[in-house]
Design a protein. Structure first.
Length: 764
């Protein structure tokens, strides 16, 4: 195709011809004007990469290098696509840019596929199946192959297939070594059957959109040549988040002209768990020889200290191209790091800080709490409700509104109140036990006819032939379970009861067998629910509390604090960001370390970097000395990320309790001082550290003192008076290593861990 203008036209960047270039800084302008050949725009957080990308697209048009139909611009989300369209339209002075090849990977691949559907055995009007339809289809295939879905879950097979599609592998291309153990090594065979069934239905799933495109380009040279002729320039946003299939698709399309400009930040690659390959951006110069790498490092969002802390932290990663963010703005406040006694104290501290900022005129809408896992939100939600602080959970429901939490609560509600029809109906068939719509319809009819609750009606139907034998047996088993649980509720602590109910009902196993991305988080939320139960004296008190919490509805138009996971925060920014839970095992997340080792650690560190760079004015990191995880207490040490923060950008904070001089210096570090858990008292861990010091025993200072430093030996002695936060004052009767038997003045005889005690004189 003949060029529209001479090749050097873009170099004649006369400000009068291209006034929009004046709004760019030097690096942005260089990226916009480098129109020939491969370009990697390595854009740090808050460096104006969207402006540079959209201006580059506009410059291609204004300079005469390309017509709109000759540019393929790819984004990751529909929101990003809309924003790019709006910005380009504004630069061009147009109302719309509809019809251009500008959109998400899936949207553009679907459009391209409809133009060539017959080459992959489809008709142009093919259907794109959603997740529910995909699952239904996989279940049909498992049934046809006489495979028990309880043994070989459909979700697991679908996850395996999707992983292969993300790698660009058709059934014929999957190596036999990757067959795995699913269905005794039959996963590839089932994948082939799934694809054949999709073709019969003239349908495809989202993974197929790119996979079929790859088949087109690799098997039909004339099709690829047609798109080479059409697309002279490629622009790609968020390149660090591409998977293998997306990477191959882009390489094939860019093979002729090589005019591909990828924008991304290797330091913000945080989606490896869903197929993203950070290696795609790291090897850009190898994949596209002669590529120009332009670093956008001037930050327009954060203060100097925040950028310094974030840059110092991410520098510990080895797998990165390297850049350092800087700003012409103020240095601002140093990053604050605070150690607290436990999660409750952490939530209390954050609440107090928010109220203090409010009094200074700061808006709640400009504050955010960024957590590593969704289960962490509960304690903050509870605290905000107590304080009357309005909040919203971004990227998910509030804790007690989450599906799995509501299901678990429904079980507990039926135990507490057998006539709670709404709760009974919610979980009658969760997990599936053969009590479908037909059975519930019969139950409702019987209940209405005799003015009974569903549970009462169910008991009566067991003695009739109204229900099918299978449904009648399942209903009898469920009623018997509820009767047993209700009886056990009279004899055992309600948190233990909740665990038993979730296990014996099969509800926990249902999520353990679910291989979706959301399943691990749902299991964590169920464990956090058990933890929440421990804070109440009775099941009735807890259920009443939840009811009141659910009534705390959002007020429209009200300024609210944002509460979300770090993953959900990418792309957002706030004046003040709280980053709680920076503890080993929680952040970096132990599961990520166990599954992917050093690679997982680097992604966790990138996640910390993303969290820090969400802050404009101030960032506050906190960690707890003790964390109640999965229903039990565990001592914690600060995340290694805390120690990696450069000292010159961090404000040292230490709470002054009874032993205020014992400032925490974990690992020779600078951070510590636990928030006084009793108001004016020092933490048990710090008091215990002082006692070891007084006895001349070795110990690790600071946070590590909450871990038993001398296995089998405690700083407490028989006959000593002590104080426990929950049970009050008492006298030690016996010492067995770190386990002590204590006669409490009011609570009676209890066995407790030494780490939860302080000397009586230190408590007073």
């Amino acid at each position: 195709m003949q060029d529209l203008v001479p090749d050097d036209a873009a170099d004649q960047a006369d400000p009068a011809r291209f006034p929009y270039l004046a709004a760019l800084n030097q690096a942005q302008r260089e990226a916009v004007e480098a129109l020939d050949g491969p370009v990697l725009m390595l854009a740090g957080a808050g460096t104006g990469k969207t402006r540079a990308l959209t201006t580059r697209l506009a410059h291609l048009l204004f300079s005469g290098r390309a017509m709109p139909g000759q540019i393929l611009a790819v984004t990751f989300t529909n929101k990003a696509a809309r924003e790019m369209k709006e910005r380009v339209a504004a630069l061009l002075g147009r109302h719309s840019v509809e019809g251009w090849w500008l959109g998400t990977f899936h949207a553009l691949a679907a459009r391209l596929l409809r133009e060539n559907a017959e080459h992959v055995g489809l008709k142009p009007n093919f259907t794109i199946l959603d997740t529910d339809d995909q699952l239904r289809l996989v279940k049909q295939i498992l049934a046809a192959e006489d495979l028990n879905e309880k043994t070989w879950p459909a979700r697991l097979l679908l996850a395996i297939i999707q992983r292969w599609k993300d790698k660009g592998l058709s059934p014929e291309q999957v190596p036999a070594a990757e067959a795995g153990e699913f269905a005794n090594g039959r996963a590839i065979e089932l994948y082939r059957a799934y694809q054949e069934r999709l073709a019969d239905l003239n349908a495809c799933d989202f993974g197929d959109l790119l996979l079929h495109n790859l088949t087109l380009f690799q098997n039909h040279a004339e099709v690829l040549a047609r798109y080479h002729h059409r697309f002279r320039y490629l622009l790609v946003d968020e390149y660090q988040d591409t998977n293998v299939a997306q990477y191959l698709w882009l390489r094939l399309l860019a093979a002729r002209h090589k005019n591909i400009c990828c924008v991304g930040d290797d330091d913000q690659s945080i989606y490896g768990w869903r197929g993203a390959e950070v290696g795609n951006i790291l090897r850009f110069e190898q994949d596209f020889p002669g590529a120009k790498v332009i670093r956008l490092e001037k930050n327009y969002r954060s203060t100097g200290h925040i950028l310094g802390a974030a840059s110092g932290l991410i520098a510990h990663n080895e797998g990165r191209l390297g850049k350092t963010l800087w700003t012409e703005g103020e240095e601002g406040e140093k990053l604050r790091v605070r150690g607290l006694w436990d999660g409750e104290a952490e939530a209390r501290f954050v609440g107090e800080e928010i109220e203090a900022l409010q009094r200074q005129g700061e808006s709640l809408a400009e504050m955010a709490i960024l957590v590593r896992t969704g289960a962490q939100t509960r304690e903050f939600e509870e605290r905000f409700i107590t304080l009357g602080l309005p909040y919203r959970v971004i990227g998910g429901a509030r804790f007690y509104e989450r599906m799995e939490v509501r299901d678990a609560l429904a079980y507990l509600r039926v135990i507490h109140s057998p006539d709670d029809d709404l709760a009974f109906e919610r979980i009658a068939n969760k997990p599936r036990r053969g009590l479908g719509d037909a059975t519930l319809k019969t139950l409702h009819a019987a209940a209405r006819g005799e003015r009974l609750s569903l549970m009462q009606a169910a008991r009566r139907l067991l003695d009739t032939d109204e229900l099918r034998p299978q449904a009648r047996k399942a209903l009898a088993d469920l009623i018997r379970d509820f009767d047993r649980w209700r009886d056990e509720a009279q004899r055992m602590p309600h948190p233990d009861l909740a665990e038993i109910v979730l296990d014996e009902s099969g509800y926990t196993a249902m999520w353990q067998n679910d291989k979706s991305i959301e399943a691990p988080g749902r299991l964590e939320n169920l464990k956090e629910l058990v933890t929440a139960l421990e804070e109440f004296d009775s099941l009735a008190g807890f259920l009443e509390h939840v009811s009141l919490v659910m009534e705390n509805l959002e007020e429209s138009g009200q300024k609210q604090i944002s509460l979300m996971t770090l993953h959900a925060a990418k792309g957002l920014e706030f004046d003040t960001v709280f980053l709680p839970g920076w503890e080993e095992g929680l952040f970096p997340n132990q599961r990520a370390l166990d599954e992917t080792g050093a690679r997982g650690l680097e992604e966790e560190r990138r996640l910390a970097y993303v969290g820090l760079t969400r802050a404009r004015k101030r960032a506050i990191v906190s960690f707890a000395a003790n964390r109640r995880l999965h229903g039990s207490w565990a001592a914690a040490i600060p995340s290694r990320f805390v120690e990696e923060l450069p000292a010159e950008h961090v404000a040292q904070e230490s709470d002054q309790g009874l032993y205020g001089a014992a400032q925490a210096t974990w690992g020779g570090g600078r951070f510590g001082g636990f928030q006084d858990w009793g108001g004016s008292r020092t933490s048990p861990g710090m008091a215990r550290a002082q006692r070891y010091r007084d006895k001349g025993k070795p110990f690790i200072e600071g946070v590590a003192t909450v871990v038993p430093e001398l296995p089998g030996e405690t700083a407490f002695a028989r006959g000593e008076r002590v104080f426990h936060q929950k049970f009050g004052y008492g006298e030690i009767l016996a010492v067995e290593g770190e386990k002590l038997t204590i006669a409490f003045d009011k609570a009676g005889e209890k066995k407790v861990m030494a780490s939860f005690l302080v000397p009586a004189d230190a408590a007073g």
